[in-house]
Design a protein around this ligand. Sequence first.
Ligand SMILES: [Zn+2]
Length: 215
Amino acid sequence: MYKDVHKNKVIHNFVHNMLTTNICSENKQGVIPQPSSPNPVRTNSLLRRKAQHMLNNQEDERLTYTDEDWMRLAIAEAKKAEAIGEVPIGAIIVRGHEIVGRGYNLRESTLDSTAHAEMIAIREASGQLQAWRLLDCTLYVTLEPCPMCAGALVQSRVPRVVYGTRDPKAGCGGTLMNLLQEPRFNHRADVVEGVLQEECAELLTSFFRRLRNKS
Ligand SMILES: [Zn+2]
Protein backbone atom coordinates (compact mmCIF):
# COMPACT_ATOMS: atom_id res chain seq x y z
CA MET A 1 0.00 0.00 0.00
CA TYR A 2 1.07 3.54 -0.66
CA LYS A 3 2.00 5.58 2.35
CA ASP A 4 -0.20 8.46 3.40
CA VAL A 5 2.51 10.98 2.60
CA HIS A 6 2.70 9.70 -0.93
CA LYS A 7 -1.07 9.67 -1.23
CA ASN A 8 -1.36 13.24 -0.01
CA LYS A 9 1.20 14.31 -2.58
CA VAL A 10 -0.72 12.63 -5.37
CA ILE A 11 -3.94 14.25 -4.17
CA HIS A 12 -2.20 17.62 -4.04
CA ASN A 13 -0.90 17.13 -7.60
CA PHE A 14 -4.30 15.97 -8.80
CA VAL A 15 -6.04 19.03 -7.39
CA HIS A 16 -3.30 21.30 -8.67
CA ASN A 17 -3.43 19.78 -12.15
CA MET A 18 -7.20 20.00 -12.25
CA LEU A 19 -7.19 23.61 -11.20
CA THR A 20 -4.39 24.62 -13.52
CA THR A 21 -6.00 22.94 -16.53
CA ASN A 22 -9.37 24.43 -15.77
CA ILE A 23 -8.43 27.89 -14.68
CA CYS A 24 -4.80 28.80 -15.38
CA SER A 25 -4.85 27.56 -18.96
CA GLU A 26 -7.46 30.22 -19.62
CA ASN A 27 -5.27 32.80 -17.97
CA LYS A 28 -2.38 31.90 -20.25
CA GLN A 29 -4.47 33.02 -23.16
CA GLY A 30 -5.30 36.21 -21.38
CA VAL A 31 -8.86 35.23 -20.59
CA ILE A 32 -10.00 36.40 -17.21
CA PRO A 33 -12.18 33.81 -15.48
CA GLN A 34 -15.82 34.78 -15.64
CA PRO A 35 -17.73 35.49 -12.44
CA SER A 36 -19.67 32.30 -13.13
CA SER A 37 -16.45 30.25 -12.68
CA PRO A 38 -16.74 27.80 -9.82
CA ASN A 39 -15.61 29.08 -6.47
CA PRO A 40 -11.94 27.93 -6.29
CA VAL A 41 -12.19 27.02 -2.62
CA ARG A 42 -15.25 24.89 -3.19
CA THR A 43 -13.77 23.36 -6.35
CA ASN A 44 -10.59 22.61 -4.47
CA SER A 45 -12.34 20.70 -1.71
CA LEU A 46 -14.55 18.82 -4.15
CA LEU A 47 -11.53 17.77 -6.18
CA ARG A 48 -9.66 16.79 -3.06
CA ARG A 49 -12.57 14.58 -1.99
CA LYS A 50 -12.78 13.11 -5.45
CA ALA A 51 -9.05 12.34 -5.58
CA GLN A 52 -9.18 10.82 -2.12
CA HIS A 53 -12.03 8.54 -3.14
CA MET A 54 -10.27 7.52 -6.33
CA LEU A 55 -7.02 6.74 -4.57
CA ASN A 56 -8.74 4.87 -1.76
CA ASN A 57 -10.76 2.92 -4.30
CA GLN A 58 -13.94 4.00 -2.58
CA GLU A 59 -17.09 4.17 -4.56
CA ASP A 60 -19.18 7.25 -4.02
CA GLU A 61 -22.30 7.41 -6.09
CA ARG A 62 -22.48 11.15 -5.67
CA LEU A 63 -19.23 11.52 -7.58
CA THR A 64 -18.80 10.77 -11.23
CA TYR A 65 -15.43 10.00 -12.68
CA THR A 66 -14.42 11.06 -16.13
CA ASP A 67 -11.59 9.93 -18.38
CA GLU A 68 -9.94 13.26 -17.55
CA ASP A 69 -10.02 12.44 -13.83
CA TRP A 70 -8.28 9.13 -14.34
CA MET A 71 -5.84 10.61 -16.83
CA ARG A 72 -4.77 13.06 -14.12
CA LEU A 73 -3.69 10.11 -12.05
CA ALA A 74 -1.75 8.71 -15.03
CA ILE A 75 -0.08 12.13 -15.27
CA ALA A 76 0.77 11.88 -11.57
CA GLU A 77 2.52 8.58 -12.38
CA ALA A 78 4.37 10.25 -15.27
CA LYS A 79 5.61 12.91 -12.86
CA LYS A 80 7.14 10.22 -10.68
CA ALA A 81 9.19 9.14 -13.70
CA GLU A 82 10.16 12.74 -14.37
CA ALA A 83 11.30 13.16 -10.76
CA ILE A 84 13.93 10.46 -11.20
CA GLY A 85 15.11 11.63 -14.62
CA GLU A 86 13.07 9.17 -16.67
CA VAL A 87 11.04 10.19 -19.72
CA PRO A 88 7.71 11.18 -18.12
CA ILE A 89 5.17 8.58 -19.17
CA GLY A 90 2.63 7.18 -16.73
CA ALA A 91 -0.21 4.69 -16.79
CA ILE A 92 -2.98 3.38 -14.58
CA ILE A 93 -5.45 0.55 -15.00
CA VAL A 94 -8.93 1.02 -13.62
CA ARG A 95 -11.70 -1.49 -13.10
CA GLY A 96 -14.98 0.07 -12.10
CA HIS A 97 -13.91 2.70 -9.61
CA GLU A 98 -10.84 0.80 -8.55
CA ILE A 99 -7.24 1.35 -9.58
CA VAL A 100 -5.82 -2.13 -10.06
CA GLY A 101 -2.49 -1.24 -11.62
CA ARG A 102 -0.18 1.66 -12.04
CA GLY A 103 3.21 2.24 -13.55
CA TYR A 104 5.65 4.76 -14.85
CA ASN A 105 8.52 4.54 -17.23
CA LEU A 106 11.61 2.98 -15.63
CA ARG A 107 13.69 2.18 -18.68
CA GLU A 108 16.85 4.00 -17.62
CA SER A 109 16.71 3.09 -13.92
CA THR A 110 16.25 -0.60 -14.60
CA LEU A 111 18.21 -0.76 -17.87
CA ASP A 112 15.23 -2.64 -19.20
CA SER A 113 13.77 -1.73 -22.58
CA THR A 114 10.50 -3.39 -21.56
CA ALA A 115 10.02 -1.29 -18.42
CA HIS A 116 7.37 0.92 -19.99
CA ALA A 117 4.59 2.40 -17.87
CA GLU A 118 1.92 0.18 -19.45
CA MET A 119 3.89 -3.04 -18.99
CA ILE A 120 4.42 -2.30 -15.31
CA ALA A 121 0.76 -1.41 -14.83
CA ILE A 122 -0.37 -4.57 -16.65
CA ARG A 123 1.81 -6.76 -14.42
CA GLU A 124 0.50 -5.08 -11.30
CA ALA A 125 -3.12 -5.39 -12.42
CA SER A 126 -2.69 -9.08 -13.28
CA GLY A 127 -1.20 -9.68 -9.85
CA GLN A 128 -3.97 -7.81 -8.13
CA LEU A 129 -6.77 -9.46 -10.10
CA GLN A 130 -5.02 -12.83 -10.15
CA ALA A 131 -5.72 -13.11 -13.85
CA TRP A 132 -3.85 -12.50 -17.08
CA ARG A 133 -7.07 -11.38 -18.75
CA LEU A 134 -7.75 -7.82 -17.67
CA LEU A 135 -11.47 -7.96 -18.35
CA ASP A 136 -13.59 -4.86 -17.69
CA CYS A 137 -10.47 -2.75 -17.29
CA THR A 138 -9.49 0.55 -18.86
CA LEU A 139 -5.87 1.50 -19.28
CA TYR A 140 -5.04 5.19 -19.13
CA VAL A 141 -1.65 6.22 -20.43
CA THR A 142 -0.22 9.64 -21.09
CA LEU A 143 1.45 8.65 -24.39
CA GLU A 144 0.13 6.48 -27.21
CA PRO A 145 1.29 2.88 -26.70
CA CYS A 146 4.33 1.58 -28.61
CA PRO A 147 4.21 -1.75 -30.54
CA MET A 148 5.30 -3.73 -27.46
CA CYS A 149 2.72 -2.20 -25.13
CA ALA A 150 -0.06 -2.31 -27.72
CA GLY A 151 0.80 -6.00 -28.17
CA ALA A 152 0.70 -6.58 -24.42
CA LEU A 153 -2.67 -4.82 -24.20
CA VAL A 154 -4.05 -7.10 -26.89
CA GLN A 155 -2.57 -10.14 -25.14
CA SER A 156 -4.10 -9.13 -21.82
CA ARG A 157 -7.48 -8.49 -23.50
CA VAL A 158 -7.80 -4.97 -22.15
CA PRO A 159 -11.14 -3.82 -23.57
CA ARG A 160 -10.53 -0.05 -23.45
CA VAL A 161 -7.45 2.09 -23.89
CA VAL A 162 -7.38 5.85 -23.32
CA TYR A 163 -4.27 7.81 -24.18
CA GLY A 164 -3.23 11.40 -23.88
CA THR A 165 -1.03 12.37 -26.76
CA ARG A 166 0.07 10.73 -29.98
CA ASP A 167 3.53 9.32 -30.51
CA PRO A 168 4.61 10.07 -34.08
CA LYS A 169 7.71 7.86 -33.71
CA ALA A 170 6.28 4.71 -32.15
CA GLY A 171 2.53 5.10 -31.73
CA CYS A 172 0.64 1.89 -32.46
CA GLY A 173 -2.76 3.08 -31.31
CA GLY A 174 -3.59 4.66 -34.65
CA THR A 175 -0.65 6.91 -35.54
CA LEU A 176 1.89 4.64 -37.28
CA MET A 177 -0.41 1.66 -37.20
CA ASN A 178 -3.27 0.46 -35.09
CA LEU A 179 -2.39 -2.75 -33.32
CA LEU A 180 -5.12 -2.12 -30.76
CA GLN A 181 -7.80 -2.48 -33.40
CA GLU A 182 -6.25 -4.83 -35.93
CA PRO A 183 -9.17 -6.85 -37.35
CA ARG A 184 -7.00 -9.94 -37.90
CA PHE A 185 -6.17 -10.23 -34.20
CA ASN A 186 -8.45 -12.13 -31.88
CA HIS A 187 -8.94 -9.08 -29.67
CA ARG A 188 -9.59 -5.43 -30.31
CA ALA A 189 -9.85 -2.59 -27.81
CA ASP A 190 -11.92 0.55 -27.86
CA VAL A 191 -9.52 3.45 -28.15
CA VAL A 192 -9.97 7.02 -26.99
CA GLU A 193 -7.21 9.46 -27.77
CA GLY A 194 -6.46 13.06 -26.90
CA VAL A 195 -7.60 13.07 -23.27
CA LEU A 196 -5.71 15.96 -21.60
CA GLN A 197 -3.57 15.91 -24.74
CA GLU A 198 -1.87 19.26 -24.18
CA GLU A 199 -0.89 18.46 -20.64
CA CYS A 200 0.47 15.02 -21.56
CA ALA A 201 2.43 16.45 -24.50
CA GLU A 202 3.77 19.36 -22.47
CA LEU A 203 5.21 16.96 -19.91
CA LEU A 204 7.32 15.41 -22.65
CA THR A 205 8.28 18.56 -24.52
CA SER A 206 9.39 20.35 -21.35
CA PHE A 207 11.36 17.26 -20.25
CA PHE A 208 13.26 17.11 -23.54
CA ARG A 209 13.71 20.88 -23.58
CA ARG A 210 15.38 20.72 -20.16
CA LEU A 211 17.52 17.83 -21.32
CA ARG A 212 18.72 19.78 -24.36
CA ASN A 213 19.50 22.82 -22.25
CA LYS A 214 21.62 20.72 -19.89
CA SER A 215 23.85 19.28 -22.62
ZN1 LIG B 1 5.56 0.88 -24.68
